[in-house]
Design a protein. Sequence first.
Length: 226
Amino acid sequence: MPVYAHDLEMPYLTGRSKYPPPDPAVGGGAMSFLSRLYPRGPIDLGARVRTLSPDGIVPEMPGWHWVFTPGHSPGHVSLFRDSDGVLLAGDAFVTVRQEPAWSVLTQHREVRRPPAYYTPDWQAARRSVETLARLRPNVAATGHGLPMYGEEMRGQLEALARDFDRVAVPSHGRYVRQPAIADERGVVSVPPPVTDPQLIAVAGIGVAAVLGALLLSGTAPTRRGS
């Protein structure tokens, strides 16, 4: 099967570049903490991968067009069908809070920002959400979470677009003030990592556990042989 992708996504599908590193310091929750272990490519699809044409047409899918929605990844696209307002948003936004494991397990539906730990350009992500909100979709299916429909979904999507900097952009994180820079060759530069409060907390718990074990072993009664 052919795989179609935007020019800026090609390096990660042809073995030339890894995606930008995750940012486990944002969002809180187990999914953010574990993101440091997630694979980030690249993969090589060889001759199967083809570049999307700039006219917005989606090959093999009559009636659909692609919309450039970077932020979650440099060449991220979403797909929209005008005839019935169906939007395949990918991870431009999602319909389940993605950072805590509990939210992922319960699948409570709500329009949310893209996964915080894998969003290397927050301002591009904001513009992408604004672009999709202007489409006023009837159905939104996303990369994480169950599909959402109608006025409830549209209202939440419009609120996310309107208040993105306040409700979506983390206050602290690797890419909050400076995005990763990428071009047709792949990742060009990334800002340095920031302090991860969860990692510090886990390290503190580990140190406390070791000290506690040492104290207990030092005060435990010893058996003496006769």
